[in-house]
Design a protein around this ligand. Structure first.
Ligand code: PEP
Ligand code: MN
Length: 350
């Protein structure tokens, strides 16, 4: 259940709620909005106390039971959108930051060329896999720690943040040391031990939707990370398996819109894995901007035809610049609409 405090509640009022929850053996998660504090009361395996236990406490505005199985990540728990900031890129703050880079880190030349290009293009976050979840054990598995080191150097020299996949718990110390945003890939979305470890790492986490995961399973996976006290989570729709095999996956556009209703966490899209097809990256990303997605992660490579993984869905530098150019008016339109809404709301309050 959630306990929303009145805006005038002070530290003592909040402490009283926390103490009452502790008496019932519950855990409390605190979230600070612009105007008020919201306390999540988590019963874990126990029975939740009745709402009256909190309603009578001073400066409690309302007490609501959360009806969904995921709690901390739900919009019932926190009605305002969460912002997750990584290296200056603000996800969930109304803009549309892009994470870009190759599927895999392949060589020093490749990753440095990409990082320099991104710096000049104004992109703040470099992606690249060092530990790769390949379908075949005979395909390129990534450069491992050497890949992390190369990517970190390329990013540092160009003022970028590093986004990279954590494939197994054993790699967590290395990945956490080099990454600014830890990616949990689609194939590991329900690796609960990995989710717990990533949550405990205190690093922001980019959680990709599983190949066959329902929206509820996706949100419950995010709840595993949140339950460790880490709410710096960005969700990513990257396409799901359906009967249709014309594309690599089926991009669930409505799922993105639904997620934004159900959760306060930022939701970004991965048009590269969603389609598997270079020519569809721009139209899919434009659609994502239009429906309110909080950003994108896009694969690009200095020479996609030579890529060791996912070349067919990777943009070259020129194609990436074209993508940025065609997105700009859509992003500007969305920002103008937002400004109008904000001033209409301010006028209604005055
Ligand atoms: C990737 O980002 O390169 C990747 C492997 O993505 P996914 O987990 O979505 O397949
Ligand atoms: Mn890839």
């Amino acid at each position: 259940m959630i306990v929303a405090m009145k805006p005038e509640a002070d530290a003592l009022d909040i402490e009283a709620v926390i103490q009452r929850a502790t008496q019932f053996g519950c855990r409390v998660h605190r979230s600070q909005g612009e105007e008020r504090v919201i306390l999540g009361i988590l019963a874990e395996a126990r029975q939740l106390p009745s709402t009256d236990a909190f309603e009578a406490l001073p400066n409690v505005e309302r007490v609501v039971r959360i009806s969904t199985p995921y709690k901390l990540v739900s919009r019932q728990y926190q009605p305002w959108s969460s912002e997750v900031a990584v290296n200056g890129a603000r996800f969930g703050a109304g803009g549309f930051p892009i994470i870009a880079g190759p599927c895999s880190v392949e060589s020093e030349v490749q990753i440095f060329e990409t990082a320099r290009f991104l710096r000049d293009a104004g992109i703040p976050l470099l992606r690249g896999g060092a530990f790769k979840p390949r379908t075949s054990p005979y395909d390129f598995q990534g450069l491992g720690e050497e890949g992390l080191r190369l990517m970190r150097r390329a990013a540092d020299e160009n003022g970028l943040g590093v986004v990279t996949e954590l494939l197994s718990e054993a790699d967590l110390p290395a990945v956490a040391a080099y990454a600014d945003l830890i990616q949990i890939g689609a194939r590991n979305m329900q690796n609960f031990a990995l989710l717990k470890a990533a949550g405990a790492s205190r690093k922001p986490v980019l959680l990709k939707r599983g190949l066959s995961a329902t929206i509820q399973e996706f949100l419950l996976a995010a709840e595993y990370i949140a339950a460790q006290g880490n709410l710096r989570i960005i969700l990513c729709e990257r396409g799901i398996r359906t009967f249709d095999t014309s594309l690599r996956n089926t991009f669930d556009l409505a799922g993105v819109a639904l997620l934004r209703e159900l959760t306060h966490l930022p939701v970004i899209v991965d048009p590269s894995h969603a389609t598997g097809k270079r020519s569809l990256i721009a139209p899919v990303t434009r659609a994502a901007v239009a429906l309110g997605a909080d950003g994108a992660i896009v694969e690009m490579h200095p020479h996609p035809e030579q890529a060791l993984s996912d070349g067919a869905q990777s943009l070259n530098f020129e194609e990436f610049s074209n993508l940025q150019r065609t997105l700009a008016p859509y992003i500007a339109l969305r920002e103008a609409e937002r400004r109008q809404e904000t001033s209409a709301m301010a006028a209604a309050v005055a």
